[in-house]
Design a protein around this ligand. Structure first.
Ligand code: GBH
Length: 501
């Protein structure tokens, strides 16, 4: 068809040439008329010919949204919930912007049905929520609180009733304050053991209905920001040796909890971590630069994902730590690297751009330009290809057989327009460009099984409180009114088509 049309067009051009008409710039009225008609036909035909490739995801790809307990639940003093390090931190003046706290947040604890209905209306197929450890064990261990368990039972049942797959995260930073007080938090292995007990307990309670559990969310963030530079709870600035040991206890907690979930959960229960893998991007795609980016990614995650996936600390990591290196046994390394069923990765921004270099490391890291664009969160440097390289590196470096993008999102100013809608065109640009890159990964065979947008709804954004908005749905914190943004409609359409639109 296409060729025939082209031939017809050139035949006509030839005729005009032969007739000498085009050269003279002249044409008789009948020619003008027929040429006009032909152009119209050509346009119509072109429109038919230009069939843009549909950027589809594989069948069964899950479209999800994510939240975390302290960021949305509120009800901080209800039904026997124990205090957490984030209650203490946010109630300490000057720690959180505007002294915001999670006391009420989105009141999800009471409004979960409304929010699940909202998810359903947006074609959300899976929901990643986190369980507040201190609702289950108010003191961190030993005596469970039935009312807390009941809440997550109700939540899971409601999700299933609406056909939404529950993905449960066991720890999204709200450590029971009792364990901080008693054990100095993650500085003691007792906390790692308590976490494993709690993880096994929850698997026992929920794995008849929840098939996917994430152990720890973003080890890097709560360790480095909470215990390293102190801008997150519990606000400590530990010396390097202590920090290294704490980091080790945290990855050990992950391994112990994988084993506990396997021991206590229903057969077939799947478990993995959800880590904000630091992604190095090849400056341009050449075999050398790609190798350099893989090597850099492996080192950048040495204390977390790399030791979990490889069962050893890299030489460079240990060398850099020197006398401050963590103390560990081979047995512990085995526990840490207990095989998991999938890798969850939270990806927002590239960590760096690299190119191959003939130095010890094999790569050179470029600094970001001052003008490199970001979202309203200054740390969130934009780089859509991070989603592609993140998934690809994790698959290539560690042979991950199932990958979930457990978080990816954008903070916008999200003004209410006079018509009360939120035209978050920048978030839509973000989603389209990032998801196009994720689609590339699936197209090339990287086993990405789903994508969870962070977040379903605007919520308590840790140290920056309620001013920073990541949601597909807008929250009015005075009235608790939920208003889906334009990006929510965009998500809804893509989830329906299982493609980037
Ligand atoms: C995720 O972290 C969290 O899992 C989630 O709870 C959070 O709401 C969401 O992202 C949006 O932030 O203050 O300059 O030191 C994303 C990764 C890493 C982003 C640490 C903020 C702090 C930068 N985070 N980073 S800075």
């Amino acid at each position: 068809m296409k060729n025939k049309k082209i031939n017809e067009q050139s035949d006509r051009r030839d005729f005009m040439k032969k007739a000498g008409l085009t050269a003279m710039g002249l044409s008789a009225a009948p020619f003008i008329f027929s040429s006009f008609n032909n152009d119209k036909k050509a346009i119509a035909n072109n429109a038919g010919v230009l069939k843009p490739e549909k950027l589809s995801f594989p069948n069964g790809f899950l479209w999800g949204t994510a939240t975390a307990s302290y960021q949305v639940e509120g009800a901080a003093n209800e039904d026997g919930r124990g205090k957490t390090v984030w209650d203490t931190f946010s109630h300490t003046p000057g720690k959180v912007l505007n002294n915001d706290t999670g006391d009420v947040a989105c009141d999800f604890y009471h409004k979960y049905k409304e929010d699940i209905q909202l998810m359903k209306s947006l074609n959300v197929q899976s929901y990643r929520f986190s369980i507040a450890w201190s609702r289950i064990f108010p003191d961190g261990a030993k005596t469970p609180n039935q009312k807390g368990i009941d809440f997550y039972n109700r939540l899971v049942d409601e999700l299933l009733a609406k056909g939404i797959k529950p993905f449960a995260t066991l720890f999204h930073w709200d450590l029971p304050q009792a364990l901080e007080d008693k054990n100095k938090g993650w500085l003691s292995l007792d906390t790692s053991k308590a976490f494993a007990d709690y993880a096994g307990f929850m698997a026992e309670k929920l794995s008849d209905r929840v098939n996917h559990f994430f152990t720890l969310n973003e080890m890097w963030t709560f360790v480095e920001l909470g215990y390293g530079i102190g801008i997150h709870a519990p606000g400590l600035t530990l010396a390097p040796a202590a920090l290294n040991q704490l980091r080790h206890n945290v990855v050990l907690a992950h391994g112990l909890s994988v084993q506990a979930i396997r021991a206590k959960g229903k057969t077939g229960t799947k478990v993995g971590v959800a880590e904000n893998v630091k992604v190095a991007i090849p400056f341009y795609e050449s075999p050398e630069n790609i190798k350099a980016a893989e090597a850099a990614t492996r080192e950048l995650n040495a204390g977390y994902m790399t030791v979990i996936m490889e069962g050893k600390y890299t030489d460079a990591f240990l060398k850099k730590a020197g006398a401050n290196a963590p103390k560990f046994t081979p047995e512990e390394l085995k526990i840490i690297s207990t095989p998991t069923d999938f890798c969850g990765i939270n990806i927002y921004n590239p960590e760096c751009y690299v190119q191959a270099a003939s130095n010890d490391m094999g790569y050179e890291i470029f600094p970001f330009a001052k003008s490199h664009p970001s979202s309203t969160s200054p740390w969130e440097k934009l780089g859509p290809e991070t989603l592609y390289w993140g998934a690809r590196h994790v698959n290539k470096l560690w042979n991950a057989k199932e990958i979930y993008i457990t978080e990816n999102g954008y903070s916008s100013t999200d003004e209410l327009a006079p018509d009360n809608r939120i035209y978050d065109t920048d978030r839509i640009m973000f989603m389209r460009s990032y998801l196009s890159q994720l689609q590339r990964a699936t197209r090339e065979g990287v086993p990405v099984k789903g994508y969870f947008y962070w977040s379903l709804i605007d919520n308590f954004e840790w140290a920056v409180g309620y001013g920073t908005r990541f949601g597909l749905v807008h929250m009015d914190y005075k009235t608790l009114k939920r208003t889906p943004k334009l990006s929510a409609e965009y998500f809804k359409a893509m989830a329906k088509e299982n493609a980037v639109l």
